[in-house]
Write a protein that binds this ligand. Structure first.
Ligand SMILES: [Zn+2]
Length: 161
């Protein structure tokens, strides 16, 4: 599916959802969905605002949050919290959220893991209807690992002297 198809599809699904519950289909809401469909990965509200203003589309804060809320209800978007930051992501089919999070610079690397995904899906918690899962693994990215190693070497030299 190319980007235009993805945007059209998202708008169609959202329109159907809003109509089914008597919600209003407004140009603002459609513009938000279009912007969201343009993100390849997860995004923050700020990313969304920046994207909209880059297209010279002024949107009220309330409308933005309200639209995100409706998209969450429509299960078109999922919310992912990593540390203190809240991200959103368009759900295209079944995407799993596996993330490696750098404790030093905050960089997030997504990864796929078929076995882990299968294992989590086979997990049936008692008296709980599981809808999704987030896996985030903390550690240090390659850049930070290199920086930390250098610092460690420096400190070691100092102590030897
Ligand atoms: Zn890092």
């Amino acid at each position: 599916m190319d980007l235009e198809e993805r945007k059209t599809k998202a708008k169609e699904i959202f329109t159907d959802f809003l109509k089914s519950k008597g919600g209003r289909v407004t140009p603002e809401r459609m513009a938000v969905v279009e912007e969201i469909a343009g993100f390849k990965s997860k995004f923050t509200i700020d990313d969304l605002k920046q994207g909209m203003s880059a297209r010279n589309f002024q949107i009220a804060h309330g409308t933005l949050y309200n639209t995100i809320h409706e998209l969450l209800n429509a299960k078109m978007v999922r919310k992912i919290q990593i540390g203190k930051v809240v991200y959103y992501q368009l759900c295209d089919g079944k995407t799993c959220n596996f993330h490696l999070v750098c404790n030093r610079c905050g960089k997030i690397i997504e990864f796929q893991h078929a076995e882990l995904e299968a294992l989590l899906e086979s997990y049936k918690p008692k008296r709980f209807n599981m809808l999704e899962f987030n896996v985030s693994v903390g550690g240090f990215c390659s850049t930070c690992t290199a920086v930390l190693r250098k610092l460690e070497k420096k400190n070691n030299k100092k102590t030897i002297k």
